[in-house]
Structures are given as C-alpha cells and as structure tokens.
Design a protein around this ligand. Structure first.
Ligand code: ADP
Length: 398
C-alpha cells in the first residue's frame, strides 16, 4: 500500500510518498511559491532529483505537477496514481470540531476552511490542497490529521484563558495546542521502547525546533501543553517571543505605533532567539556565537533553557510525578548542549543524564543514567509517518 502525505500551506505544498509495506519514503518534495511564480523540488529514494521553476498559479497546478513528477519522466517512482491508496493531509487547526483523524468529504473541507480565522496562515491552504486533490484524484480517499486533535483531552481548567467566559463561547478563544502529531508519535514510541503501556506512564514531551512546545502526557492523553490559541505561546522560539504579559503587548504596540498586523509580525517574526540575540533564529548559530563569547546569544540560549526547565517542573507538579522526559525536533534531537543544560540540576525531580552518552545527534537513544528515577530519551519525530499510519487505519475501517 502506498500513501501520499501532503503538508500544504498558503503558498507551498510539501509531500512524501510512503510505502507502508516497510514504511519507507519512496519520494518527497515541495511545490513552493504557489500563487507567486512556482518552483518544484523533488527527490526520489534512489537519489534522482528535479529542481524546476514552474507556473503554480494555484494549488491545483502544483498538485498536477507533483502527480506528473511521481508518475512520469526520470524521477517516476510509480506507474500511475492508481497505485496510491489514499492521501493523508496535515491540518494545523481542527479546533473543538475535530478531535481525531477524519475521512475528508466536501463538507469536511468546508469546515476546515471555515476554521481559517483561527489559523489564518494555514487552514485555507489545507482546504485548497484538498480541493485540488479532489479534482485531480477524485477516486482516491483523503484523510485529515489535525495538529490540535491530540490536545483535545486537555481539561477545561487548563485550556481556558481568564477572559470573560462569553468570549470563549462566541470567539472560541482558548488554548488549542499544536505539534500534536509529533507529541503523539514520540510518546507512543517511548512506550514501545520502554515496553510499557503509555497509559501507565507520566511523560513530558519536549518538541524543540523553530517552533517549540512541551506537553504533559498522562494516562496516554495530553493534559496540558505550552502552545496556546496559536503557536506563539509557551517557550522562547526561533523568531517567536513565547509567553509574555499581555499588557506588554499593548504597551509595545502603543510605543511603536503598531497596528494589529504589525504587532503580530513583531511577536512572530522578529522576536525569540533572533530578537534577543540580534543575530540569528537558528540554534546552531546561537550556540556558536555563545561559545565565542557573544553575551546576547548566551542570554537567548539561557532563556530557552530556563523556559524548558520551568515547564518540566510545572508539568511534573500537575501530574504528581514523572516517569520520562522526551527530547525531539531539530533542537531536541541535535543539540546536546541544550539537553544537557535543561537536565542539569534536576536531581530533585529524579532526572540525571550521562553527559557522554548525551553527546550525539539525531538518533533514538536513552541519555539518562541507570540510577536516574526518570528516564530521559531522545526520540526523532516523524509526523509524516504518523499521518500515513493514521490514513491507512482510516481507509482500512471503510
Ligand atoms: P521546524 O520547527 O521548522 O520543523 P526543526 O524541527 O527542523 O524546525 O528545528 C530547527 C531548529 O533545529 C533550528 O534552530 C536549528 O538550528 C536546530 N538544529 C538543527 N540541526 C541542529 C544541530 N546539528 N545542532 C543544533 N541545532 C540544530
């Protein structure tokens, strides 16, 4: 069985073709600059590549071109799209409507599109990709996998904001949480490698990348997470400020004379590691600058580490204990210095890591010492694979 996984944004459409026999990636690529001009990057498992400027006025032309790349020419990996059993779409915002992976119908696409107010950059792009897929592959089932779905188990006392209740009812203002597919993937993997049922574990999953979120998982369910109404809340990120006093937002907007869109851009694109260091949003650059004595880069790194430590402490408190901590995402998987600093002076929580064992990048590995009460694991995430697995499970139910 072959599944096509699609991750569409407003101007890009990333894809992976996955053979579910051995869960291997047969080909992957990105249709970029949709609605601007258009560029295709395509790569097969055997190393054949396409880099080509194309005309992508809409998602439909992009989808047509990716079908062509997969089925014709030197980079073809399948004879026709008849070999593709289903298409699985990543959807950022499912709000309170979508609590689990869902088979896509016309009505579902409309509902996903209607949620665009809650995810302006993403949901409309997802809907456009689904319509394009419906037009070009009308007989292939489509499935939607939601970033927010895993967090729909968070109790109301944790997802509410202290605004007047009516605004939750009228405008749906609440914590939704994101990265759900990643947190679900790594916590399931943890239970598998520990040989335990996830329901019996208290876990804190730290997904640290350009965007970062930390999630508490108890009884196999997300019970709290650091991202909120949007992916801006929580720890300091590459270019996002993370949690701040809301009054600081209105104050800064007033001082700069920013309108709502300008303030949004300031918090999402000019803040975080970039804003603090004044140098880069990339943790590799921050680490290098810090090692060569740059004080603001060191401050940016220290702020991120501090936020993560604080959230681990908070989530251990609400779970009344802790069995395991997971590091994943670009920073979590590849930055030993970040992991080490987070786990230093955490003995009171039962966390002890082996610094030598921790000194590596990008593999699945336990980094806690044998006498550490809490197991600490680095688990590479694979959101596309979980989307493909979910998609297969849904079409097998049909
Ligand atoms: P996204 O949230 O966009 O998916 P990623 O999960 O790919 O991002 O994470 C990107 C972050 O991971 C960047 O800050 C990058 O510097 C960091 N990163 C990637 N590789 C390394 C590495 N070898 N060492 C340290 N940091 C790394």
């Amino acid at each position: 069985m072959i599944i096509l996984v699609v991750n569409a944004g407003s101007s890009s459409l990333k894809y992976q073709l996955i053979d579910m026999k051995d869960e291997s990636v047969i080909a992957k690529g990105n249709c970029d600059r949709i609605g601007i001009d258009g560029h295709l990057s395509h790569k097969t498992a055997s190393g054949a590549t396409i880099e080509e400027d194309c005309a992508f006025p809409t998602h439909a032309e992009a989808f047509e071109r990716l079908v062509q790349a997969l089925t014709t020419g030197e980079c073809a990996v399948i004879k026709s799209m008849d070999e593709v059993s289903a298409v699985g779409h990543r959807v950022v915002q499912g709000a309170e409507i979508f609590t689990k992976t869902t088979l896509v119908t016309d009505e579902i696409i409309d509902k996903i599109d209607q949620l665009r107010e809650l995810a302006p950059v993403h949901n409309h792009g997802h809907a456009l990709a689904m319509w394009a897929c419906r037009k070009i592959l009308p007989d292939v089932p489509q499935v939607a996998v939601f970033d927010t779905a895993f967090h729909q188990t968070i109790p109301q006392k944790a997802f509410m904001y202290g605004f007047p209740y009516e605004d939750y009812e009228t405008y749906h203002v609440r914590k939704y949480g994101f990265h759900g597919t990643s947190h679900r993937f790594v916590t399931a993997k943890l239970a598998e490698i520990m040989g335990k049922d996830l329901k019996d574990l208290k876990v804190i999953s730290c997904h640290l990348g350009n965007g970062s979120s930390i999630t508490a998982v108890q009884n196999g369910q997300s019970i709290d997470t650091t991202m909120g109404f949007t992916p801006l809340d929580g720890v300091l990120m590459g270019t996002r400020c993370g949690a701040v006093d809301p009054s600081a937002v209105t104050y800064v907007a007033g001082k700069h004379g920013f309108d709502v869109a300008q303030m949004d851009s300031y918090m999402n694109k000019k803040s975080g590691l970039l804003g603090i260091s004044g140098k880069s949003s990339d943790f590799r650059d921050i680490t290098a600058a810090s090692e060569s004595g740059d004080k603001r880069a060191t401050l940016a790194k220290d702020m991120l580490v501090y936020d993560i430590k604080k959230d681990i402490g908070a989530y251990a408190a609400i779970m009344n204990g802790l069995d395991a901590v997971i590091f994943t995402g670009g920073i979590g998987e590849n930055a030993p210095n970040c992991r080490e600093e987070v786990c230093t002076n955490m003995e009171y929580l039962g966390i002890k890591i082996d610094k030598e064992v921790n000194d590596f990048k990008g593999q699945l590995r336990k980094i806690s010492t044998p006498d550490s009460k809490v197991e600490v694991w680095v688990i590479p995430t694979n959101e596309e694979l979980l989307i493909a697995r979910d998609t297969l499970a849904i079409i097998n139910q049909k």
